[in-house]
Design a protein around this ligand. Structure first.
Ligand code: CO8
Length: 378
């Protein structure tokens, strides 16, 4: 029996929704430092007695050097810089209104559908895949499906930083298996509600954004720019080094449901040290398993968590520093957008490649999880 695919599968359109609000490093650091000063003044006695630790100050210089981040986008800016609040103020919407994440998702989805030249009638499945969904059910994906008037089926899936690549894998499999002709995959990464803006080590890391992609059979593709998905590869390895403990059991655990461990927290150094070599090896194996060499890859759309991590991974792969054209960076503008980073890079920097050029889309992060796709410009 032949193992050849019955037909090729393509990414025929992508979409990006960028929230209108920007928070610069300067604004973020000024607000955190005001908050830390106030905390230290209020707790001066306990700090003096050694019962509490003083909150250290944050600096713009550290953030830029350690992460490459200059600014981030926020779905709602109000509240984040308010030292009496230190979290966004997002009013609860009535049940009959569109949810926040569905609205973000729709903005990116419409962009991707237009780029692919598709209509609702062409799409058989909708997947919303991201680091968090704002509720358990009904699925945000079904809400989006309903808004767009798509028949077929929809579901949500969560894989933290690898949510977007793992969802592309599932889209590829559905189209290959013939269970859907065309799949809409969306990543409404609303990260700001989970950021601990009182934690100097992580207050700068994340931004909000939504990305989307259309995956379909090559023989139905009419888009002017498309990429064949040659192969997908994923791996996971359990680690608590990046973690959020917020969940439905918080209600019955009789603990503070909003405590710091319920928000994003990590051992950033260990993540850096453990995930970088894993990602490099994964990418090398994936490319070589297909009979390609590393220099065959014209572009690396790498996960956007940290500039030093990206530089280290691409330098080890190429044996030299990668140029911006080889491995575009969007971290400076968008910060870490959980799973959306490599998709933003792909969306913004894919049109200039020539037909036949090879590229790799890759994510890595919490789980740990790594997901990659080797693609070829058509
Ligand atoms: N300002 C000034 N100094 C600081 C600051 C700050 N803001 N923060 C830390 N420092 C200090 C530290 O306290 C430390 O001081 P000392 O040496 O005295 O102890 C010093 O600076 C150096 O600190 P680090 O060693 O921690 O600095 P690093 O160079 O390691 O940089 C990073 C920290 C940027 C966090 C880096 O370790 C990193 O990026 N690691 C990889 C992290 C990563 O990729 N994580 C994946 C997370 S994303 C993911 O998986 C998705 C999760 C789901 C989304 C969540 C949405 C909310």
């Amino acid at each position: 029996m032949s193992s050849a695919k019955p037909y090729s599968v393509v990414i025929s359109g992508t979409g990006l929704y960028t929230p209108e609000h920007v928070i610069t490093n300067e604004e973020l650091v000024a607000s955190y430092n005001r908050w830390a000063d106030q905390y230290n003044a209020e707790h001066a006695e306990e700090i003096e007695k050694g019962e509490l630790e003083a909150k250290p100050r944050s600096t713009v210089e550290f953030i830029v050097k350690a992460s490459g981040i200059q600014q981030r986008f926020a779905w709602v800016k109000e509240g984040i810089l308010d030292i009496g609040r230190m979290r966004p103020l997002i009013p609860e919407r009535p049940e009959e209104a569109l949810s926040d994440q569905a609205e973000m998702a729709l903005n990116a989805a419409r962009d991707a559908i237009k780029a692919a030249g598709k209509s609702a009638a062409d799409i058989d499945a909708v997947v919303v895949s991201c680091a968090y969904t704002q509720r358990s059910y009904p699925a945000i994906a079904i809400e989006v499906q309903n808004e767009l008037g798509i028949e077929g089926f929809a579901f949500d899936m969560l894989v933290a930083c690898s949510a977007a690549t793992f969802a592309l894998h599932r889209g590829y499999e559905m189209v290959t298996a013939g269970t859907a002709r065309c799949v809409l995959l969306i990543n409404p990464e609303l990260t700001s509600p989970q950021v601990n803006y009182c934690d100097r080590d992580s207050h700068f890391i994340f931004g909000d954004v939504a990305t989307a992609a259309i995956v379909e059979r090559a023989d139905t593709c009419t888009a002017p720019h498309s990429y064949e998905i040659i192969h997908t590869k994923s791996m996971t390895q359990y680690s608590s080094n990046v973690r959020s403990n917020m969940g439905y059991l918080s209600r019955v655990n009789d603990v503070d449901p909003f405590g710091p461990d319920k928000l994003f927290h990590q051992n950033g150094r260990r993540v850096f040290k453990e995930v970088s070599p894993m990602a490099e090896q994964h990418l090398r194996n994936h490319v070589q398993s297909l009979g390609f060499t590393i220099p065959d890859i014209k572009r690396w759309w790498v996960h956007q968590a940290n500039i030093n991590m990206n530089n280290m991974i691409t330098k080890r792969l190429l044996g030299r520093e990668a140029t911006f054209e080889e491995a575009p960076v969007v971290l400076d503008r968008f910060a870490n957008t959980a799973s959306a980073g490599s998709l933003i890079a792909f969306h913004l920097y894919n049109r200039d490649l020539a037909a036949g050029d090879l590229g790799v889309i890759c994510s890595f992060g919490a789980g740990y999880s790594i997901g990659s796709l080797v693609v070829r410009k058509r």
